[in-house]
Design a protein around this ligand. Structure first.
Ligand code: COA
Length: 153
């Protein structure tokens, strides 16, 4: 199968929102968030697609007060396409595309989501800390980071 990676096109936004819903269920990001992200950070809304459809997407945003840090807000592979290496292709191709612009990639993950944690660890992310009640009471998150300044040491 021939996969193409790269920034989302405007025509792909509806498919990204559908994929988000299928991957996470509720609550999930609504379509208007993707539409606004497309205007704000067009290079940071990233897709893997085949000839027919979007198979996976990632959304990131810069941090105003930490200009060398990129916050990966969401990573999702279509449920029917999981376990085939697309998550790895998605995150690695995206990080590669932004490695000249940022020194540190930052994300949070559900401590119970071991598949996602293993994916990030394979790509060099490490666990920076555990935050109790990250979203609200009883919703902890692991903060994971990929620090590119350590790579060349
Ligand atoms: C977490 C998520 C992004 C991972 O994406 P994915 O495409 O399934 O990831 P990969 O295929 O690269 O890796 C998943 C597993 O499949 C295995 N795999 C990869 N290619 C494979 C292949 N060709 N044959 C068999 N197994 C394979 C990997 O080794 C990995 O195994 P592990 O979980 O035991 O470590 C995806 O499951 C998802 O979207 N989940 C719902 C949303 C979510 O949780 N997002 C992350 C929020 S932080």
């Amino acid at each position: 199968m021939n996969f193409r990676t790269g920034p989302a096109t405007k025509a792909e936004i509806a498919a990204i929102a559908e994929l988000e819903q299928a991957a996470f269920g509720e609550p999930c990001y609504p379509v208007f968030l993707f539409r606004q992200a497309y205007d704000l950070w067009p290079e940071l809304l990233w897709c893997v697609r085949d000839d027919n459809q979007v198979l996976a997407y990632l959304l990131a945003a810069p941090m105003l007060h930490r200009p060398k840090v990129l916050n990966i807000m969401s990573v999702a592979v279509a449920p029917t396409q999981q376990g085939k290496g697309l998550g790895q292709l998605l995150v690695s191709s995206f990080c590669q595309s932004q490695q000249e612009n940022f020194e540190l990639f930052w994300l949070t993950v559900d401590p119970k989501n071991s598949s996602a944690q293993r994916l990030y660890q394979r790509l060099g992310f490490t666990i920076a800390r555990y935050e109790e009640d990250y979203y609200h009471a009883g919703e902890p998150r692991l903060v994971m980071e990929l620090d590119l300044t350590h790579k060349s040491e």
